[in-house]
Design a protein around this ligand. Sequence first.
Ligand code: PMP
Length: 323
Amino acid sequence: ARWTAGRGWHDARTGPLAAFTLHPATMALHYGQTVFEGLKAFWRPDGQRALFRPRDHAARFARSARRMAMPELAEADFVAGVEALLRVDGAWVPRPRGQSFYLRPFLIAAETHLSNRPAEEYLFAVIGSPARPATAEPAPIRLWASPEYVRAADGGTGTIKCGGNYGGSYIAQREAAAHGCDQVVWLDARERRYVEEVGGSNLFFVEGDRLVTPPLSGTLLAGITRDSILRLAGRLGLTVAEEPVTLDDWERGCRADRITETFACGTARAVAPVGHAVTPDGEWAVGDGTTGPVTRRLLNALLDVQYGEAPDEFGWLHAVTTG
Ligand code: PMP
């Protein structure tokens, strides 16, 4: 669908995936006025498809748009757009557990102009594809604590999903790969002391039966998986705390066996165990470097709800019908 100043939303349509052309002066290409979401649909044993927390993704999408001075899409229109795509994908067949469909709604400045100001024309679209299977036994990852580059600063755009947040992080991702790591663990911009997030995921620490995650301080993305884990943890008898954690706390906690597990979580990977942390000064293992029992329980609790194998106590699933 398109949005034009003075007219609002118009020209919604659905069709097969096809390339589209953009004028070279399209504002999105120059000033980064782009936002997006990532959410999943899961196939349930009864053959039904269900979107996971689409209204929460719609709310975050609207928040992202507002921060970027873009028009907001109503929750119902966001969800309808996502559902429309699921209906055209032509893959209305029951799928085994482990398969899901990833959806990528995005909004870009579509006006053709080189003025440095908010655009007066926008394009909203949704694309999607089958996602790689979630596994109950993911391989532990190694994280690189980026000393030089930061992802987000107070007052910036770290709390939303805009394109520039990601483009700005690739250089640290390269550095992580050069140190034999899978992903970056981001430190706060002010002191480079506090651990905030991992690549495109939120971060959790396990201390006995206590689960700790950094608070939403103004630089973190409020992950929908993060919120889901916090709620599921209570159901599994874990105490949850949102507390700042320094890189030093994390290292000492692991070395003293107080922090026994660490994991990252997000829509794409569900829950990813962290096996090792690497800094310019050295590295340490989390526990014995393998997936811990609390991480495994939380991952399974999440997958069970997503695939309709456990009761949907929180009303997270939104059934999508063929009609
Ligand atoms: N942090 C960042 C920076 C992300 O890009 C993502 C992925 N959207 C997350 C955290 C996890 O968010 P969610 O659980 O909503 O996918």
